[in-house]
Structure formats: structure tokens, C-alpha cells
Design a protein around this ligand. Structure first.
Ligand code: C2E
Ligand code: CA
Ligand code: CA
Length: 560
């Protein structure tokens, strides 16, 4: 092994088998001379201390005797002799302290690095994360550099990142140390499992990194990823006796020639993000298009942040037509974003980005205010109570008191609650229903109308309808409308939905009506409320003027 001092003062010990081991001045590393500390650590601590004391006393005694060799001048023999003896004593005490320090350092390094030493091919001086005993991020990065430098591109290296989940819950319930211990146990397990194949370290708070030097194929990396997940699946017994469990997601990437360590780790991070977003798969390989999409999403989110202040958002309206009476029954508010460079951005594109942040709530409030004001204005113009429908996302429905906020807004703009309909997608009813139902009940009690949107497209359908007595409208998704005029199965499904809605006292709105044939087939099946491009495309409020003047008069309306 040879060593070289870098300009930063860090020491690289070059070793052909293990590559470079970085020993930096980082507080987490141990920069003392390797061999000496190691030798000190081999002795019990009391032997080192006793030895140091004995040597100090011996040297002082010798000094005293030398200074008074011919006579008994000392201690009265002269200040110079006394000073010399004391100086020797000070030097020996300092040497002893250094020996004791080296002993401690050697022991610590051996304790923390010893395990990795066995499994990862690093020496006892690997910089370790003091809380988990795993190699640090800095060391992982260094390892990736070395692995790329030494790569055989027929069997390229790979990096796997594993985000250990549920650590937050462990910390919340059992404390920080328990969380660290859980991560440490996971790390050890993973180390043992991939001992022959790779190097492991801690990249971020709860993200472990495994660097594989050689992979014959994507399958190799995937197999290791599966092994990691298996490690995580086993319960962990903490020193306190608590048994805890964690889970995880993994992203992995194979190195490509010419790529640097930063790119490789960034790609692995992107794959990890993809795995985290995907509810169905816990393992994701790096996908360049997914990374590009993620970058685009971040840019979109940044743009969206200022969009409200820059007044780039707008609300369009699409009427629901009562085909029997030939008038508009209500108007659905649909948000629009006039992006300065990209033109009109579709809500499906930007609302999913907004849903990942608090932006969804701001946008929701904006649409509600705009649509509410519009309903007031139209009601004055037509001298009839005009109803507007506003879409809301799951984020708005749970986690806050929507009904209360809404009541304040309605009061502020002077719109009676009965002139507002809230549409929520059927998929909102999937999963835990308690909070959703409570929120819906509060809205119902506040006097607003409720509609289930995209009905028939989620897993939640029929089974949960019975708990939705407060909902007055089913908006049948356009997938059923598409084939309703062709005598196919769609027609029978529409028929069944109409009967079902009728039996539980709900009105049906058919969405996405695009042709005259669909409109008349739906009419034959008793669907009098229809919405779609055939009747009217969504547009700005001004485009609805003709419909507003002939809007349905609710005093004798048959719709609920
Ligand atoms: P949605 O609530 O199901 O709205 C209907 C969507 O279908 C609208 O798309 C509308 O333009 C489109 N559409 C209407 N008639 C037809 C038709 O005949 N054929 C076809 N192919 N499409 C038709 P848009 O405006 O792009 O909105 C997409 C989705 O974004 C909406 O689906 C709704 O879920 C959501 N959304 C729109 N505005 C808001 C909003 O303010 N808040 C929330 N939370 N979601 C909104
Ligand atoms: Ca809708
Ligand atoms: Ca819909």
C-alpha cells in the first residue's frame, strides 16, 4: 500500500485490490497513522494506561537520579536540574496521552469499520457514518469513481439505491436512536447479503447505496435489488427488545462507458424517484425518458408557482344540457393555464404536478372564487339561479375543513350554497373512506350539491355507492358513452347505470357526448342530462351567453 497527500490534506491510500480509500479531515473519519493506531487497539486499554504511567514515573526517577548522580544535590541542588526533570516528565505524559488517544481511535475504527472490512473489501479506516456504522456518502461517491475507472464494459458496474421506509414511524414512536439502530441493522443485513457482490454505504438519511462492480445483465442488478427487498422484509429486533419492521423501494442503473460518477448516481436517484412514485412496483430501472419527464415536471412546477400571481390561470365553462328542454342545466368550471411559452396547458398535465404540492389548494380556491362570482353574475343576468359545478381533488377533500372554507367563500361572494355543485372523482372513494365520508357529509350539511365524477372507471364503484346518500348526481364516464349508439355492451351498461341511479335517487349526467347518434341513444335510455363536444365545447364565460339567457328555471326543474 502506498500513500499520497492531496492538496486538501486528505490522504489516499492506494491499494490495487481495494482501490483508493479516502481518509479525509471530515469529522466522521479517523485520520491518525493507520498501523500505530491498529497496533495500540490490539492491547487492552488498562495495559496502555498502566504502561504509560510506569514509563513516565521511570523517566522522572532516572532524571532525578542523573541530576543528583554524584551527590544529593537534588532537590536543593539547582533549579536547572529540576526544570530538566520536569520537562522530561511533561514529554512522557504527552507521549502517554497520545498513546491512549491512538488506542481509542484504533478501537473505534476497528469497531465501526470491522464489519464492512469483512464484507466489502475496504480496510479498517473506511470513513464511517457515526450513527449507523455504514460507509459515508463521500466514500460511496469515491467508490463509484473507482469502480467506473476500473470497469470492464462487457460486465458494467451498477449502482442500486434503496430507500428504507418507515424509519420515521420508528423514530416517532421509539426515538431517534431506535431509528438509527433499525437502519444500522438493515445495513448489516444488506452487507451480509451482498458481501461478495458489492460495496454498501449510506447516501442520504434513509437511502442506502450498493455499488456492484460487475453485472452481466440487467437481470443481475435486478436480482440483487430483490435480495435487498427480501432483507428489508424481515422484522428487526432492536436492543430494547422492540420488534420493528421497515419496507423499501429500489432504483438501479448500469454504468455506461464515458459516464462519470455524478451522472451515474444522479441516474440511480432518478430511478429511485420513479420507484417511489410507482405504487405497484418497488423496483425501478433507470429510464432516461422518465428522468426527462421528471425534469420537465420540476420546471412545470416552478412555472406554476408564479402562474396565479401572473394571472395566467383562467376558468372555462362547459354546460350540462337538459336535452328534453333544450336548455343548460348547469355549467362545469374547468381550469385553464395560458402558459407564456407553451400556450394552453391541459389541466391533466399540470394538476397532477399541483397535486404533489400545496399548489392544488391555491388553484382550487381560485377556481371556486372565479366560478362562484360567475354564477352570481349569470344569475343576475338571467334572473334565475344558475348552478356551477367545481371539480375538487382528493387533497382538497381530506386533510382540512373544506366545508368551512367553502362557506366563507360563498358568503364573501354572495352565492347561495344550493347554486354550487362539487364534483369529486369516483377514485377518491378508493381506500380508507372515513375521512372522505366525513368531509362529504360536512359539504352536504353546508347545503352544496355533490356529484360523483368519472363514474364507472375506478375499483370503488357500486359497492360504495350505498354509503353516498348525500350525493345527488352520477357523472357517467365517457368510456360508456363511446359505444352507446352501436348496440354493444356499452348500451347495456348505460342502461344498468341509469336503473341503479334511479333506484337510489340520483340524477345521471352522460359525459363526453360527441355525436348526434350518441345523444339520441342516450335520450332513448332516459339520460336527459348530457355534456360533451356535441352539445358545446368548453369555453370562456362569454361564449356561454346564449345558454345563460335560456338557462333552466330551477323553480320547476326536475333535476335534483
Ligand atoms: P372532467 O372533470 O371529467 O372534465 C371533463 C373533461 O373532458 C374536460 O377536460 C373537458 O374539456 C373534456 N370534454 C368535455 N366534453 C368532451 C367530449 O365530448 N369529448 C372529449 N374527448 N372530452 C370532452 P379538461 O378541461 O381538460 O379537464 C380534464 C380534467 O381535469 C377534468 O376532467 C377534471 O378532472 C380536471 N379538472 C379540470 N378543471 C379542474 C379544477 O378546477 N379542479 C380540479 N380539481 N380538477 C379539474
Ligand atoms: Ca368533472
Ligand atoms: Ca369526468
Amino acid at each position: 500500500m502506498s500513500s499520497a497527500q492531496t492538496h486538501t490534506g486528505a490522504t489516499y491510500n492506494a491499494d490495487l485490490s481495494t482501490g483508493f480509500e479516502l481518509e479525509s479531515e471530515d469529522a466522521e473519519s479517523w485520520p491518525e497513522p493507520a498501523g500505530l493506531a491498529e497496533r495500540c487497539s490490539a492491547l487492552p486499554r488498562w495495559v496502555v494506561v498502566a504502561n504509560c504511567v510506569a514509563v513516565s514515573v521511570l523517566i522522572w526517577w532516572l532524571a532525578l537520579n542523573l541530576s543528583g548522580e554524584t551527590s544529593n544535590r537534588f532537590p536543593v541542588g539547582g533549579v536547572a536540574d529540576f526544570a530538566l526533570a520536569s520537562l522530561l516528565l511533561a514529554v512522557t505524559v504527552l507521549a502517554s496521552l497520545l498513546a491512549i488517544r491512538l488506542h481509542s481511535v484504533g478501537s473505534l475504527t476497528a469497531d465501526r469499520g470491522g464489519h464492512r472490512n469483512r464484507v466489502s473489501g475496504t480496510d479498517a479506516h473506511t470513513p464511517v457514518d457515526p450513527r449507523t456504522g455504514l460507509a459515508t456518502r463521500q466514500h460511496v461517491e469515491q467508490r463509484v469513481v473507482e469502480t467506473l475507472d476500473a470497469a470492464d464494459w462487457d460486465t458494467p458496474p451498477a449502482v442500486l439505491l434503496c430507500e428504507v421506509r418507515r424509519l420515521g414511524a420508528i423514530r416517532d414512536s421509539l426515538g431517534y436512536l431506535a431509528g438509527d439502530e433499525a437502519l444500522q441493522l438493515v445495513g448489516r443485513r444488506v452487507e451480509s447479503a451482498v458481501a461478495e457482490k458489492g460495496f454498501i454505504g449510506r447516501l442520504e438519511a434513509s437511502v442506502l447505496a450498493v455499488v456492484l462492480e460487475r453485472c452481466r445483465s440487467d437481470r443481475d442488478a435486478k436480482l440483487v435489488a430483490q435480495t435487498l427487498l427480501d432483507c428489508l422484509a424481515e422484522p428487526l429486533t432492536l436492543s430494547s427488545g422492540h420488534v420493528v419492521s421497515v419496507s423499501g423501494v429500489i432504483g438501479y442503473v448500469s454504468g455506461a462507458e464515458g459516464e462519470d460518477a455524478g451522472q451515474l448516481l444522479s441516474n440511480a436517484r432518478s430511478a429511485l424517484g420513479e420507484a417511489g412514485r410507482n405504487a405497484r412496483r418497488s423496483i425501478a430501472a433507470f429510464d432516461p425518458s422518465a428522468k426527462a419527464a421528471a425534469v420537465a415536471r420540476i420546471e412545470l412546477e416552478q412555472d406554476l408557482r408564479g402562474a396565479l400571481e401572473r394571472q395566467e390561470l383562467d376558468v372555462h365553462y362547459q354546460p350540462v344540457i337538459d336535452v328534453v328542454r333544450g336548455v343548460a342545466d348547469r355549467f362545469e368550471a374547468l381550469v385553464r393555464w395560458h402558459h407564456p411559452k407553451r400556450g394552453m396547458v391541459h389541466p391533466a398535465e399540470f394538476l397532477s404536478v399541483a397535486a404533489e404540492s400545496e399548489l392544488m389548494l391555491d388553484i382550487g380556491e381560485f377556481v371556486l372564487l372565479q366560478a362562484g362570482r360567475q354564477a352570481v353574475q349569470w344569475s343576475v343576468l338571467s334572473n334565475k339561479p344558475v348552478v356551477v359545478s367545481v371539480n375538487i381533488g382528493r387533497e382538497q377533500l381530506v386533510g382540512g375543513n373544506l366545508a368551512q372554507g367553502l362557506a366563507v367563500i360563498l358568503d364573501q361572494i354572495g352565492l347561495p350554497p344550493s347554486q354550487l355543485e362539487i364534483e369529486f372523482a369516483e377514485r377518491v372513494l378508493e381506500g380508507d373512506l372515513d375521512e372522505t365520508l366525513l368531509s362529504l357529509q360536512q359539504l352536504n350539511m353546508a347545503g352544496v350539491k355533490l356529484a360523483v365524477d368519472d363514474f364507472g372507471t375506478s375499483q370503488a364503484s357500486l359497492v360504495r355507492l350505498q354509503s353516498l346518500s348525500m350525493v345527488s348526481t352520477l357523472k357517467m364516464d365517457r368510456v360508456f358513452v363511446e359505444g352507446v349508439d352501436s348496440g354493444s355492451i356499452d348500451r347495456r351498461i348505460v342502461e344498468a347505470i341509469v336503473h341503479l341511479a334511479d333506484s337510489i335517487g340520483m340524477a345521471v349526467v352522460a359525459e363526453g357526448v360527441e355525436t348526434a347518434a350518441q345523444a339520441s341513444a342516450l335520450g332513448e335510455l332516459g339520460v336527459r342530462l348530457q355534456q360533451g363536444f356535441y352539445h358545446r365545447r368548453p369555453g370562456p364565460a362569454e361564449d356561454m351567453a346564449d345558454l345563460v339567457s335560456g338557462v333552466i328555471d330551477r323553480s320547476d326543474s326536475v333535476t335534483r
